[in-house]
Design a protein around this ligand. Structure first.
Ligand code: AHR
Length: 549
Protein backbone atom coordinates (compact mmCIF):
# COMPACT_ATOMS: atom_id res chain seq x y z
CA UNK A 1 0.00 0.00 0.00
CA UNK A 2 3.07 2.23 -0.26
CA UNK A 3 2.41 5.79 -1.49
CA UNK A 4 -1.34 5.27 -1.54
CA UNK A 5 -3.44 7.61 0.57
CA UNK A 6 -6.32 6.25 2.61
CA UNK A 7 -8.80 7.88 0.23
CA UNK A 8 -7.08 6.31 -2.79
CA UNK A 9 -7.10 3.00 -0.99
CA UNK A 10 -10.80 3.25 -0.34
CA UNK A 11 -11.48 4.22 -3.93
CA UNK A 12 -9.40 1.32 -5.22
CA UNK A 13 -11.05 -1.07 -2.80
CA UNK A 14 -14.42 0.10 -4.02
CA UNK A 15 -13.50 -0.34 -7.66
CA UNK A 16 -12.18 -3.84 -7.18
CA UNK A 17 -15.07 -4.96 -5.09
CA UNK A 18 -13.02 -5.32 -1.90
CA UNK A 19 -15.30 -2.63 -0.75
CA UNK A 20 -16.16 -2.70 2.88
CA UNK A 21 -12.73 -3.02 4.44
CA UNK A 22 -12.08 0.50 5.66
CA UNK A 23 -10.81 2.39 8.63
CA UNK A 24 -12.87 2.38 11.78
CA UNK A 25 -13.35 5.28 14.13
CA UNK A 26 -10.49 3.80 16.13
CA UNK A 27 -8.24 4.42 13.17
CA UNK A 28 -8.40 8.12 13.91
CA UNK A 29 -6.47 7.49 17.09
CA UNK A 30 -3.73 5.69 15.25
CA UNK A 31 -4.87 2.17 16.09
CA UNK A 32 -4.54 0.22 12.90
CA UNK A 33 -7.72 -1.68 12.32
CA UNK A 34 -9.96 -2.69 9.47
CA UNK A 35 -13.56 -3.65 9.90
CA UNK A 36 -15.79 -5.49 7.50
CA UNK A 37 -19.12 -5.06 9.22
CA UNK A 38 -20.57 -2.34 11.39
CA UNK A 39 -21.10 -3.65 14.89
CA UNK A 40 -23.67 -2.54 17.45
CA UNK A 41 -24.70 -3.80 20.86
CA UNK A 42 -28.36 -3.42 21.73
CA UNK A 43 -29.13 -3.19 25.41
CA UNK A 44 -32.66 -2.19 26.40
CA UNK A 45 -31.28 -0.75 29.66
CA UNK A 46 -29.26 1.87 27.77
CA UNK A 47 -32.06 4.28 27.03
CA UNK A 48 -31.65 7.74 25.59
CA UNK A 49 -35.21 8.65 26.44
CA UNK A 50 -38.87 7.87 26.05
CA UNK A 51 -39.68 9.36 22.66
CA UNK A 52 -42.11 12.23 22.96
CA UNK A 53 -45.20 11.56 20.81
CA UNK A 54 -44.69 15.00 19.22
CA UNK A 55 -41.24 14.19 17.80
CA UNK A 56 -42.52 13.62 14.28
CA UNK A 57 -45.00 16.43 13.79
CA UNK A 58 -45.38 18.53 10.68
CA UNK A 59 -46.19 22.00 9.45
CA UNK A 60 -48.83 23.64 7.25
CA UNK A 61 -48.21 27.25 6.37
CA UNK A 62 -50.81 29.55 4.88
CA UNK A 63 -48.59 29.57 1.80
CA UNK A 64 -48.81 28.48 -1.83
CA UNK A 65 -51.15 25.51 -2.19
CA UNK A 66 -50.64 24.05 1.28
CA UNK A 67 -54.04 25.14 2.59
CA UNK A 68 -55.96 26.26 -0.51
CA UNK A 69 -56.01 23.37 -3.04
CA UNK A 70 -54.11 21.30 -0.47
CA UNK A 71 -56.22 20.57 2.59
CA UNK A 72 -59.08 23.02 1.91
CA UNK A 73 -60.79 23.12 -1.46
CA UNK A 74 -64.59 23.47 -1.34
CA UNK A 75 -64.80 23.06 -5.13
CA UNK A 76 -62.94 19.76 -5.16
CA UNK A 77 -64.78 16.53 -5.86
CA UNK A 78 -63.16 15.25 -2.65
CA UNK A 79 -64.46 18.10 -0.44
CA UNK A 80 -66.58 17.37 2.63
CA UNK A 81 -69.25 19.71 4.02
CA UNK A 82 -66.52 21.89 5.59
CA UNK A 83 -64.64 22.16 2.30
CA UNK A 84 -61.80 19.89 3.50
CA UNK A 85 -60.30 17.43 1.04
CA UNK A 86 -61.23 14.02 2.37
CA UNK A 87 -58.51 12.17 0.46
CA UNK A 88 -55.84 14.39 2.03
CA UNK A 89 -57.44 14.10 5.47
CA UNK A 90 -57.38 10.32 5.22
CA UNK A 91 -53.74 10.29 4.18
CA UNK A 92 -52.73 12.49 7.12
CA UNK A 93 -54.98 10.64 9.55
CA UNK A 94 -53.53 7.29 8.45
CA UNK A 95 -50.00 8.63 8.76
CA UNK A 96 -50.82 9.58 12.34
CA UNK A 97 -49.19 13.02 12.34
CA UNK A 98 -49.24 13.93 16.04
CA UNK A 99 -48.89 17.72 15.95
CA UNK A 100 -49.13 20.30 13.15
CA UNK A 101 -47.77 23.82 13.23
CA UNK A 102 -49.92 26.55 11.66
CA UNK A 103 -50.30 29.22 10.13
CA UNK A 104 -46.60 29.99 9.62
CA UNK A 105 -43.73 30.41 9.00
CA UNK A 106 -43.00 33.80 7.50
CA UNK A 107 -46.69 34.25 6.78
CA UNK A 108 -47.57 34.52 10.45
CA UNK A 109 -45.50 37.64 11.03
CA UNK A 110 -48.02 39.75 9.08
CA UNK A 111 -51.15 37.74 9.90
CA UNK A 112 -54.11 39.29 11.72
CA UNK A 113 -55.98 36.39 13.20
CA UNK A 114 -59.17 38.45 13.43
CA UNK A 115 -59.28 38.59 9.62
CA UNK A 116 -59.70 34.82 9.60
CA UNK A 117 -62.62 34.30 12.00
CA UNK A 118 -66.36 34.92 11.79
CA UNK A 119 -68.70 34.65 8.79
CA UNK A 120 -66.65 33.81 5.72
CA UNK A 121 -68.45 36.33 3.53
CA UNK A 122 -67.27 39.15 5.81
CA UNK A 123 -63.61 38.18 5.85
CA UNK A 124 -61.27 40.49 3.94
CA UNK A 125 -58.98 39.38 1.14
CA UNK A 126 -55.56 40.77 2.07
CA UNK A 127 -52.11 40.95 0.59
CA UNK A 128 -49.73 38.55 2.32
CA UNK A 129 -46.45 40.44 2.18
CA UNK A 130 -44.29 37.45 3.10
CA UNK A 131 -45.03 35.54 -0.12
CA UNK A 132 -46.71 38.29 -2.20
CA UNK A 133 -49.91 36.27 -2.31
CA UNK A 134 -53.62 37.08 -2.17
CA UNK A 135 -54.92 35.65 1.09
CA UNK A 136 -58.69 35.24 1.07
CA UNK A 137 -58.95 34.33 4.77
CA UNK A 138 -61.54 31.69 3.97
CA UNK A 139 -59.51 29.33 6.13
CA UNK A 140 -58.62 30.60 9.61
CA UNK A 141 -58.31 29.63 13.26
CA UNK A 142 -61.66 27.85 13.65
CA UNK A 143 -61.27 25.98 10.36
CA UNK A 144 -57.79 24.83 11.32
CA UNK A 145 -59.00 23.53 14.67
CA UNK A 146 -61.97 21.76 13.05
CA UNK A 147 -59.66 20.18 10.47
CA UNK A 148 -57.06 19.21 13.10
CA UNK A 149 -59.69 17.46 15.20
CA UNK A 150 -60.91 15.57 12.14
CA UNK A 151 -57.45 14.27 11.27
CA UNK A 152 -56.62 13.61 14.93
CA UNK A 153 -53.68 15.96 15.34
CA UNK A 154 -52.67 18.46 18.03
CA UNK A 155 -52.44 22.11 16.91
CA UNK A 156 -49.20 24.06 17.38
CA UNK A 157 -50.05 27.72 16.83
CA UNK A 158 -47.58 30.29 15.55
CA UNK A 159 -47.98 33.84 16.83
CA UNK A 160 -47.53 37.07 14.92
CA UNK A 161 -44.53 38.77 16.49
CA UNK A 162 -43.89 40.91 13.42
CA UNK A 163 -46.84 43.28 13.17
CA UNK A 164 -48.65 41.73 16.14
CA UNK A 165 -48.45 42.80 19.77
CA UNK A 166 -48.19 40.83 22.99
CA UNK A 167 -51.79 41.85 23.61
CA UNK A 168 -52.88 40.30 20.28
CA UNK A 169 -51.16 37.06 21.29
CA UNK A 170 -52.92 36.97 24.66
CA UNK A 171 -56.24 37.77 22.96
CA UNK A 172 -55.84 34.78 20.65
CA UNK A 173 -55.13 32.52 23.64
CA UNK A 174 -58.31 33.89 25.23
CA UNK A 175 -60.28 33.31 22.00
CA UNK A 176 -59.05 29.72 21.84
CA UNK A 177 -58.79 28.56 25.43
CA UNK A 178 -61.23 30.38 27.71
CA UNK A 179 -64.56 28.70 28.14
CA UNK A 180 -66.87 31.73 28.21
CA UNK A 181 -67.72 35.07 29.77
CA UNK A 182 -64.88 37.21 28.37
CA UNK A 183 -64.69 39.42 25.31
CA UNK A 184 -62.68 37.02 23.13
CA UNK A 185 -64.19 33.75 24.35
CA UNK A 186 -67.66 35.15 23.68
CA UNK A 187 -66.56 36.15 20.19
CA UNK A 188 -65.58 32.53 19.54
CA UNK A 189 -68.91 31.33 20.87
CA UNK A 190 -70.73 33.82 18.66
CA UNK A 191 -68.98 32.14 15.69
CA UNK A 192 -70.55 28.84 16.64
CA UNK A 193 -67.71 27.28 18.64
CA UNK A 194 -69.10 26.82 22.14
CA UNK A 195 -66.32 24.63 23.43
CA UNK A 196 -62.82 26.08 23.81
CA UNK A 197 -60.23 24.95 21.29
CA UNK A 198 -57.69 24.22 24.06
CA UNK A 199 -54.56 25.01 22.10
CA UNK A 200 -51.66 23.96 24.28
CA UNK A 201 -48.51 24.56 22.17
CA UNK A 202 -47.55 28.04 20.92
CA UNK A 203 -44.57 29.30 18.94
CA UNK A 204 -43.79 32.78 20.20
CA UNK A 205 -42.94 34.29 16.80
CA UNK A 206 -41.17 32.93 13.74
CA UNK A 207 -37.54 33.48 12.69
CA UNK A 208 -37.47 36.95 14.22
CA UNK A 209 -33.65 36.97 13.80
CA UNK A 210 -34.00 37.02 10.01
CA UNK A 211 -33.84 40.29 8.05
CA UNK A 212 -36.41 38.71 5.68
CA UNK A 213 -38.94 38.48 8.48
CA UNK A 214 -41.73 41.05 8.76
CA UNK A 215 -40.96 42.93 11.98
CA UNK A 216 -37.43 41.50 12.30
CA UNK A 217 -35.80 42.72 15.50
CA UNK A 218 -32.72 42.56 17.69
CA UNK A 219 -32.33 39.60 20.02
CA UNK A 220 -32.70 41.58 23.26
CA UNK A 221 -35.76 43.40 21.94
CA UNK A 222 -37.35 40.10 20.91
CA UNK A 223 -36.48 38.47 24.25
CA UNK A 224 -38.14 41.28 26.22
CA UNK A 225 -41.26 41.13 24.04
CA UNK A 226 -41.39 37.33 24.30
CA UNK A 227 -41.19 37.52 28.11
CA UNK A 228 -43.99 40.10 28.19
CA UNK A 229 -46.21 38.10 25.82
CA UNK A 230 -45.51 34.88 27.73
CA UNK A 231 -46.55 36.49 31.02
CA UNK A 232 -49.75 37.82 29.46
CA UNK A 233 -50.55 34.51 27.77
CA UNK A 234 -49.99 32.58 30.99
CA UNK A 235 -52.27 34.99 32.82
CA UNK A 236 -54.98 33.92 30.38
CA UNK A 237 -54.13 30.21 30.52
CA UNK A 238 -51.33 29.03 32.76
CA UNK A 239 -51.21 25.59 31.12
CA UNK A 240 -49.88 26.77 27.74
CA UNK A 241 -46.50 25.47 26.51
CA UNK A 242 -44.47 28.28 24.99
CA UNK A 243 -41.63 27.95 22.49
CA UNK A 244 -39.27 30.91 22.14
CA UNK A 245 -38.05 31.76 18.68
CA UNK A 246 -34.48 30.50 18.34
CA UNK A 247 -31.96 31.21 15.62
CA UNK A 248 -32.95 30.42 12.02
CA UNK A 249 -29.83 28.27 11.76
CA UNK A 250 -26.04 28.13 11.72
CA UNK A 251 -25.85 30.20 8.52
CA UNK A 252 -26.99 33.24 10.49
CA UNK A 253 -24.21 35.60 11.61
CA UNK A 254 -26.06 35.85 14.92
CA UNK A 255 -26.35 32.06 15.42
CA UNK A 256 -25.91 31.18 19.11
CA UNK A 257 -25.58 34.80 20.29
CA UNK A 258 -29.25 35.29 19.28
CA UNK A 259 -30.32 32.25 21.30
CA UNK A 260 -28.26 33.23 24.33
CA UNK A 261 -29.43 36.85 24.36
CA UNK A 262 -33.08 35.87 23.85
CA UNK A 263 -32.96 33.31 26.64
CA UNK A 264 -31.28 35.73 29.01
CA UNK A 265 -34.47 37.78 28.74
CA UNK A 266 -37.17 35.12 28.68
CA UNK A 267 -35.77 31.83 30.02
CA UNK A 268 -38.10 31.73 33.03
CA UNK A 269 -41.20 32.40 30.95
CA UNK A 270 -40.89 29.83 28.18
CA UNK A 271 -40.74 26.02 28.01
CA UNK A 272 -38.74 25.43 24.87
CA UNK A 273 -36.80 27.05 22.05
CA UNK A 274 -37.16 26.53 18.29
CA UNK A 275 -34.58 25.35 15.76
CA UNK A 276 -34.96 25.50 11.97
CA UNK A 277 -32.84 24.05 9.16
CA UNK A 278 -33.13 23.07 5.51
CA UNK A 279 -30.55 20.99 3.67
CA UNK A 280 -29.67 20.55 0.02
CA UNK A 281 -27.18 18.88 -2.26
CA UNK A 282 -25.58 22.19 -3.13
CA UNK A 283 -22.20 23.89 -3.14
CA UNK A 284 -22.06 23.10 0.57
CA UNK A 285 -21.78 19.41 -0.26
CA UNK A 286 -20.00 20.11 -3.53
CA UNK A 287 -22.97 18.36 -5.18
CA UNK A 288 -21.47 15.10 -3.92
CA UNK A 289 -24.05 12.61 -2.77
CA UNK A 290 -21.72 10.99 -0.24
CA UNK A 291 -21.28 14.35 1.51
CA UNK A 292 -24.97 15.12 1.19
CA UNK A 293 -25.91 11.87 2.93
CA UNK A 294 -23.68 12.84 5.85
CA UNK A 295 -25.59 16.08 6.45
CA UNK A 296 -27.82 14.67 9.16
CA UNK A 297 -24.67 14.92 11.27
CA UNK A 298 -25.07 18.68 10.91
CA UNK A 299 -28.47 18.31 12.55
CA UNK A 300 -26.84 16.38 15.42
CA UNK A 301 -24.33 19.17 15.79
CA UNK A 302 -26.93 21.97 15.69
CA UNK A 303 -29.04 20.27 18.36
CA UNK A 304 -26.02 19.77 20.60
CA UNK A 305 -25.00 23.42 20.18
CA UNK A 306 -28.45 24.74 21.08
CA UNK A 307 -28.66 22.38 24.06
CA UNK A 308 -25.34 23.85 25.24
CA UNK A 309 -26.68 27.42 25.02
CA UNK A 310 -29.90 26.55 26.84
CA UNK A 311 -28.03 24.83 29.62
CA UNK A 312 -25.47 27.58 29.96
CA UNK A 313 -28.22 30.20 30.40
CA UNK A 314 -29.93 27.86 32.83
CA UNK A 315 -26.74 27.65 34.91
CA UNK A 316 -26.26 31.41 34.77
CA UNK A 317 -29.80 31.86 36.09
CA UNK A 318 -29.54 29.03 38.65
CA UNK A 319 -32.82 27.80 37.21
CA UNK A 320 -34.36 24.47 38.13
CA UNK A 321 -36.05 24.36 34.74
CA UNK A 322 -34.57 22.61 31.70
CA UNK A 323 -35.86 23.77 28.31
CA UNK A 324 -36.91 21.37 25.58
CA UNK A 325 -36.00 21.86 21.93
CA UNK A 326 -38.61 22.24 19.22
CA UNK A 327 -37.05 21.52 15.81
CA UNK A 328 -40.16 22.94 14.24
CA UNK A 329 -38.87 23.36 10.68
CA UNK A 330 -36.62 20.70 9.15
CA UNK A 331 -36.43 19.23 5.68
CA UNK A 332 -34.61 19.23 2.37
CA UNK A 333 -35.28 22.44 0.44
CA UNK A 334 -32.93 23.91 -2.12
CA UNK A 335 -34.48 23.93 -5.59
CA UNK A 336 -37.78 25.82 -5.34
CA UNK A 337 -36.19 28.54 -3.27
CA UNK A 338 -35.99 31.70 -5.38
CA UNK A 339 -37.71 33.66 -8.17
CA UNK A 340 -41.23 32.61 -9.05
CA UNK A 341 -41.03 29.68 -6.65
CA UNK A 342 -41.26 32.14 -3.74
CA UNK A 343 -43.30 34.94 -5.31
CA UNK A 344 -47.07 34.54 -5.50
CA UNK A 345 -47.51 37.57 -7.78
CA UNK A 346 -50.59 38.57 -5.75
CA UNK A 347 -52.62 35.59 -6.88
CA UNK A 348 -54.61 33.05 -4.87
CA UNK A 349 -53.06 29.65 -4.12
CA UNK A 350 -49.97 30.05 -6.34
CA UNK A 351 -47.57 27.15 -6.92
CA UNK A 352 -44.89 28.08 -4.40
CA UNK A 353 -42.05 26.02 -2.90
CA UNK A 354 -43.18 22.94 -4.85
CA UNK A 355 -39.92 21.12 -4.35
CA UNK A 356 -39.46 17.86 -6.26
CA UNK A 357 -37.92 15.15 -4.07
CA UNK A 358 -35.64 12.41 -5.35
CA UNK A 359 -34.23 9.23 -3.84
CA UNK A 360 -31.19 10.83 -2.25
CA UNK A 361 -33.40 13.44 -0.56
CA UNK A 362 -35.45 10.62 0.94
CA UNK A 363 -32.27 8.93 2.19
CA UNK A 364 -31.14 12.12 3.89
CA UNK A 365 -34.60 12.59 5.43
CA UNK A 366 -34.14 9.07 6.83
CA UNK A 367 -30.81 10.15 8.32
CA UNK A 368 -32.49 13.22 9.82
CA UNK A 369 -35.11 10.95 11.39
CA UNK A 370 -32.24 9.00 12.98
CA UNK A 371 -30.74 12.23 14.32
CA UNK A 372 -34.03 13.29 15.90
CA UNK A 373 -34.41 9.90 17.61
CA UNK A 374 -30.78 10.15 18.75
CA UNK A 375 -31.58 13.45 20.48
CA UNK A 376 -35.02 12.60 21.77
CA UNK A 377 -33.87 13.33 25.30
CA UNK A 378 -34.02 17.06 24.52
CA UNK A 379 -35.97 17.40 21.27
CA UNK A 380 -39.57 16.96 22.35
CA UNK A 381 -41.32 18.58 19.39
CA UNK A 382 -40.23 18.57 15.76
CA UNK A 383 -42.04 19.39 12.52
CA UNK A 384 -41.19 18.15 9.06
CA UNK A 385 -41.61 21.34 7.03
CA UNK A 386 -44.02 21.06 5.45
CA UNK A 387 -46.85 18.56 4.84
CA UNK A 388 -48.91 19.28 1.70
CA UNK A 389 -47.79 20.81 -1.65
CA UNK A 390 -45.22 23.17 -0.10
CA UNK A 391 -41.82 21.39 0.42
CA UNK A 392 -43.97 18.41 1.18
CA UNK A 393 -44.25 14.63 1.28
CA UNK A 394 -47.81 14.88 -0.08
CA UNK A 395 -48.77 16.64 -3.31
CA UNK A 396 -52.27 17.18 -4.66
CA UNK A 397 -53.84 17.82 -8.00
CA UNK A 398 -57.54 17.91 -8.78
CA UNK A 399 -57.64 14.13 -9.29
CA UNK A 400 -55.77 12.88 -6.26
CA UNK A 401 -52.59 12.62 -4.24
CA UNK A 402 -48.94 11.93 -4.98
CA UNK A 403 -46.50 10.58 -2.41
CA UNK A 404 -43.13 12.24 -2.84
CA UNK A 405 -40.06 10.11 -2.01
CA UNK A 406 -39.67 11.72 1.42
CA UNK A 407 -43.12 10.45 2.37
CA UNK A 408 -41.70 6.99 3.10
CA UNK A 409 -39.00 7.69 5.70
CA UNK A 410 -41.38 10.11 7.38
CA UNK A 411 -44.13 7.46 7.48
CA UNK A 412 -41.66 4.99 9.03
CA UNK A 413 -40.64 7.54 11.64
CA UNK A 414 -44.29 7.93 12.59
CA UNK A 415 -44.90 4.21 12.70
CA UNK A 416 -41.75 2.98 14.41
CA UNK A 417 -40.14 6.05 16.01
CA UNK A 418 -41.98 5.52 19.27
CA UNK A 419 -41.42 3.93 22.63
CA UNK A 420 -37.85 4.22 23.87
CA UNK A 421 -34.81 5.41 21.95
CA UNK A 422 -31.82 3.20 22.71
CA UNK A 423 -28.26 4.38 22.92
CA UNK A 424 -26.08 2.42 20.52
CA UNK A 425 -22.56 3.20 19.40
CA UNK A 426 -22.07 1.84 15.89
CA UNK A 427 -18.50 1.19 14.99
CA UNK A 428 -17.60 0.37 11.46
CA UNK A 429 -16.19 1.35 8.11
CA UNK A 430 -16.82 4.68 6.56
CA UNK A 431 -15.28 7.62 4.77
CA UNK A 432 -13.88 11.05 5.51
CA UNK A 433 -15.80 14.27 5.21
CA UNK A 434 -13.00 16.63 6.13
CA UNK A 435 -14.66 19.86 5.02
CA UNK A 436 -17.80 21.30 3.51
CA UNK A 437 -18.30 24.08 1.00
CA UNK A 438 -20.42 27.20 1.15
CA UNK A 439 -23.80 26.68 2.78
CA UNK A 440 -26.92 27.71 0.88
CA UNK A 441 -26.79 31.03 2.69
CA UNK A 442 -23.18 32.06 2.98
CA UNK A 443 -21.87 33.96 5.99
CA UNK A 444 -18.24 33.73 4.99
CA UNK A 445 -17.39 31.15 7.66
CA UNK A 446 -16.02 27.78 6.67
CA UNK A 447 -18.44 24.99 7.45
CA UNK A 448 -16.65 22.30 9.45
CA UNK A 449 -16.61 18.75 8.14
CA UNK A 450 -17.38 15.64 10.16
CA UNK A 451 -14.14 13.65 10.01
CA UNK A 452 -14.86 9.91 9.90
CA UNK A 453 -18.43 9.23 8.79
CA UNK A 454 -19.79 5.71 9.23
CA UNK A 455 -21.34 4.17 6.16
CA UNK A 456 -24.15 2.95 8.36
CA UNK A 457 -26.07 5.44 10.48
CA UNK A 458 -27.99 3.23 12.91
CA UNK A 459 -30.67 3.97 15.51
CA UNK A 460 -32.87 1.65 17.52
CA UNK A 461 -36.20 1.98 19.29
CA UNK A 462 -37.81 -0.41 21.73
CA UNK A 463 -41.51 -0.76 22.45
CA UNK A 464 -41.64 -2.89 25.64
CA UNK A 465 -45.45 -3.12 25.77
CA UNK A 466 -45.65 -4.42 22.22
CA UNK A 467 -42.48 -6.50 22.70
CA UNK A 468 -40.98 -5.07 19.52
CA UNK A 469 -37.79 -3.29 18.51
CA UNK A 470 -37.01 -1.38 15.32
CA UNK A 471 -33.61 -0.72 13.76
CA UNK A 472 -33.38 2.31 11.45
CA UNK A 473 -30.43 2.21 9.06
CA UNK A 474 -29.12 4.71 6.53
CA UNK A 475 -26.50 3.12 4.27
CA UNK A 476 -24.43 6.00 2.90
CA UNK A 477 -22.22 3.71 0.84
CA UNK A 478 -23.08 4.63 -2.74
CA UNK A 479 -21.48 1.57 -4.28
CA UNK A 480 -21.83 -1.42 -1.99
CA UNK A 481 -24.15 -3.14 0.39
CA UNK A 482 -23.05 -2.96 4.00
CA UNK A 483 -23.32 -5.53 6.73
CA UNK A 484 -24.57 -4.79 10.24
CA UNK A 485 -23.80 -7.12 13.11
CA UNK A 486 -26.46 -6.85 15.79
CA UNK A 487 -25.46 -8.13 19.22
CA UNK A 488 -28.51 -8.31 21.49
CA UNK A 489 -27.47 -7.89 25.10
CA UNK A 490 -30.66 -8.59 27.04
CA UNK A 491 -33.46 -8.83 24.48
CA UNK A 492 -33.86 -11.90 22.33
CA UNK A 493 -35.32 -11.39 18.87
CA UNK A 494 -37.72 -14.18 17.98
CA UNK A 495 -38.85 -13.20 14.49
CA UNK A 496 -38.80 -10.48 11.87
CA UNK A 497 -42.06 -8.54 11.76
CA UNK A 498 -41.09 -6.37 8.82
CA UNK A 499 -38.04 -5.36 6.80
CA UNK A 500 -38.50 -2.58 4.27
CA UNK A 501 -36.07 -0.44 2.38
CA UNK A 502 -36.07 2.49 0.04
CA UNK A 503 -33.26 2.27 -2.48
CA UNK A 504 -32.52 2.28 -6.22
CA UNK A 505 -29.84 2.63 -8.83
CA UNK A 506 -30.64 6.25 -9.62
CA UNK A 507 -30.22 8.68 -6.73
CA UNK A 508 -31.98 11.36 -8.78
CA UNK A 509 -35.12 9.30 -9.46
CA UNK A 510 -38.38 10.87 -8.31
CA UNK A 511 -42.12 10.29 -8.29
CA UNK A 512 -44.48 12.30 -10.46
CA UNK A 513 -48.24 12.19 -11.04
CA UNK A 514 -47.45 10.50 -14.38
CA UNK A 515 -45.06 7.98 -12.80
CA UNK A 516 -45.93 7.85 -9.08
CA UNK A 517 -44.20 4.59 -8.12
CA UNK A 518 -40.67 5.17 -9.29
CA UNK A 519 -39.34 5.32 -5.74
CA UNK A 520 -41.34 3.24 -3.29
CA UNK A 521 -40.44 0.93 -0.40
CA UNK A 522 -39.37 -2.59 -1.19
CA UNK A 523 -39.64 -5.57 1.10
CA UNK A 524 -36.34 -7.23 1.93
CA UNK A 525 -35.91 -10.95 2.63
CA UNK A 526 -35.86 -11.57 6.37
CA UNK A 527 -32.46 -12.25 7.93
CA UNK A 528 -32.07 -15.12 10.39
CA UNK A 529 -32.70 -13.94 13.91
CA UNK A 530 -30.64 -14.64 16.99
CA UNK A 531 -28.79 -12.99 19.83
CA UNK A 532 -26.04 -12.23 17.33
CA UNK A 533 -27.32 -11.59 13.85
CA UNK A 534 -26.00 -10.22 10.64
CA UNK A 535 -28.09 -8.08 8.32
CA UNK A 536 -27.15 -6.69 4.91
CA UNK A 537 -28.33 -3.29 3.74
CA UNK A 538 -28.30 -2.35 0.06
CA UNK A 539 -26.08 0.43 -1.24
CA UNK A 540 -27.81 3.86 -1.18
CA UNK A 541 -30.64 2.85 1.12
CA UNK A 542 -32.70 3.73 4.16
CA UNK A 543 -34.32 0.78 5.89
CA UNK A 544 -36.42 -0.20 8.87
CA UNK A 545 -36.17 -3.65 10.39
CA UNK A 546 -38.80 -4.51 13.00
CA UNK A 547 -38.43 -7.52 15.23
CA UNK A 548 -40.44 -9.28 17.90
CA UNK A 549 -38.28 -9.32 21.04
O1 AHR B 1 -41.09 26.68 5.44
C1 AHR B 1 -40.85 27.72 4.55
C2 AHR B 1 -40.28 28.94 5.23
O2 AHR B 1 -38.99 28.66 5.71
C3 AHR B 1 -41.02 29.41 6.46
O3 AHR B 1 -42.07 30.26 6.14
C4 AHR B 1 -39.97 30.14 7.22
O4 AHR B 1 -40.18 30.09 8.60
C5 AHR B 1 -38.68 29.48 6.81
O5 AHR B 1 -37.73 30.40 6.45
Amino acid sequence: MKNVSRREFLNKAGQTGLAVAATSALGRFGIAQTLRATRVVIDSGRQISEINPHLFGSFLEQLGRAIYEGIYDPKSKFADADGFRTDVMKEIHDLGVPIIRWPGGNFVSGYHWLDGVGPKKDRPAVLDRAWNTLETNQFGTDEFITWARKVGTEPLFGLNFGTGSAEDAAALVEYCNIDKGTKWSELRRSHGYEQPHNVKFWCVGNEMDGPWQIGHMEAREYGIKAADAARQMRNVDESVKLIACGSSGPFMPTYITWDRTVLEQCYEYVDGISLHRYWGNTEETNNESSKYLAMNLAMDRQIEEIVAVCDSVRAQKRSAKQLFLSFDEWNVWYRARSGDAVNGHRTEAPHLLEEPYNLEDALLVGGLVNSLIRHSDRVKVACLAQLVNVIAPIMTNKDGILRNTIFYPYAWALKYGRGRALSIQPEGPGYEVASLGRPIEDIGLAAPGFGHVNYLDVMATHQPEQKTATIFVLNRDLEHEQELELNWHDLTPSRVIGFETITGSDLKALNTFADPKKVVPQTVASPSVGSKMSVKFPARSYSVLTLAV
